[in-house]
Ligand binder design. Structure first.
Ligand code: CP
Ligand code: NVA
Length: 308
C-alpha cells in the first residue's frame, strides 16, 4: 500500500520520481483555465476523502482542486462534524471510509493518529500535517527549489526559529536529497532529534546554531514558520514570542545571507513576527510559488498513492 505519511519512510528514488512527475503535470497544464481537467484525468472514477481536524487554507483548497483537475471527486470533511470528533475511534473511521473512498488525506494532531488511520485503512492515506511532520509542504518546496536551483545536493538550507513539524520534514528531506541543513533557534525549541539523526546518518552536514548572523552566511535558502503552531498551547504564546524574536527573517538577516539566498515560508505567515513583509513580498521570496506548487506536487503524490 502506498501510504504517503512521512519523507523518512519513502524511498528517495520514489520521492524523486514523484517530483519529476509533478514537473510534467505542472508543464502540461500550461496556462489552462483552473476549472479544466488535466488531459488524462487519471483519477476519473475515484473519490478522495479530505479530513481536517485543524484549520487549513492551502492544503484544503490545493487537494480539493487537485482531485477535481485529475478528474476525481473529493469529500471535504471536518473532524468535528464527523463521529470521529465525538468518540468514534480513528481505526473504525479508517475501516468505514475505506469501504466508500479510494484515498484518504488527513490533517490531524498526533503522528500516532495518522499511523492508526494508515494501519486500519485498506486504501492509501496521505499526511496533510501532524504536530510532528508536514511532508506535502516539503514536496512543494522541493519542486519550487528545483525550479530555481536545480538539484539540491550540496545546497545549504537554514531553518530559523521554532523546530516544528515543517522543520522536522525539512530534516527528512535533507537526508533524502543530500542538502546541508542548519537549525538556528532556541535550545529548547529544537526539532525532533530523530529527524536530525535521520539526516546525519545519511551523511548530511547538519549544524545546530543559536546565532542567526553566523548561520545564514552563504545559505541558498532561509526558511521560517510561525512562532506558535496550531497544536501549541495558547498560554505559551508570549514566552515563544520572546524566545523566537531574535530569529526573525528581516532585511538585515537577508543581507547577511547574501543576494544568492532565497527565502520561503509554508504560510500562513504572521507578518512582521517571524518574517517582515519586506522579505515575504520581496524578490528573494519563494513562498507564493511554493503555495502554488502544493497543487502540482500533491497531484503527483496522489497518483503515486493510487498507482495511476
Ligand atoms: N502551508 C499549509 O499547510 O497551509 P494551510 O494550513 O493553509 O493548509
Ligand atoms: N507549523 C504550522 C504549519 C501550518 C501550515 C502549524 O502546525 O500550525
Amino acid at each position: 500500500m502506498n501510504h504517503f505519511l512521512s519523507l523518512d519512510q519513502i524511498a528517495g528514488n520514489e520521492l524523486r520520481n514523484m517530483l519529476d512527475q509533478a514537473r510534467v503535470i505542472k508543464d502540461a497544464r500550461n496556462g489552462q483555465p483552473k476549472g479544466t481537467k488535466d488531459a488524462d484525468a487519471p483519477l476519473a472514477g475515484h473519490v478522495v476523502a479530505l479530513i481536517f481536524e485543524k484549520p487549513s487554507t492551502r492544503t484544503r483548497v490545493s487537494f480539493d482542486v487537485g482531485v477535481r483537475q485529475l478528474g476525481g471527486e473529493s469529500l471535504l470533511l471536518s473532524g468535528q462534524e464527523m463521529q470521529l470528533g465525538h468518540g468514534e475511534t480513528i481505526a473504525d473511521t479508517a475501516k468505514v471510509l475505506s469501504r466508500y473512498v479510494d484515498l484518504i488525506m488527513i490533517r490531524t494532531f498526533e503522528e500516532a493518529t495518522l499511523q492508526e488511520m494508515a494501519d486500519n485503512a485498506t486504501v492509501p492515506v496521505i499526511n496533510g500535517l501532524t504536530n510532528d511532520t508536514h511532508p506535502c509542504q516539503i514536496m512543494a518546496d522541493l519542486l519550487t527549489l528545483h525550479e530555481k536551483l536545480g538539484d539540491m545536493k550540496g545546497r545549504k538550507v537554514v531553518w530559523l526559529g521554532d523546530g516544528n513539524n515543517v522543520c522536522n520534514s525539512y530534516f527528512h528531506a535533507a537526508g533524502q536529497f543530500g542538502f546541508d541543513m542548519t537549525f538556528c533557534g532556541p535550545e529548547n525549541l529544537q526539532p525532533d532529534m530523530r529527524a536530525v539523526e535521520f539526516a546525519r546518518e545519511r551523511g548530511v552536514n547538519v549544524k545546530i546554531s543559536e546565532n542567526p548572523e553566523e548561520a545564514v552566511k552563504g545559505a541558498d535558502l532561509l526558511v521560517t514558520d510561525t512562532w506558535v503552531s496550531m497544536h501549541d498551547a495558547e498560554s505559551a504564546r508570549q514566552r515563544r514570542h520572546n524566545l523566537l524574536r531574535p530569529y526573525q527573517v528581516n532585511a538585515d538577516l537577508m543581507k547577511t545571507a547574501g543576494t544568492q539566498a532565497y527565502f520561503t515560508h509554508c504560510l500562513p505567515a504572521h507578518r512582521n513576527e517571524e518574517v517582515t513583509s519586506e522579505i515575504l513580498d520581496g524578490q528573494q521570496s519563494l513562498a507564493f510559488d511554493a503555495a502554488e506548487n502544493r497543487l502540482h506536487a500533491q497531484k503527483a503524490v496522489m497518483r503515486w498513492c493510487l498507482g495511476v
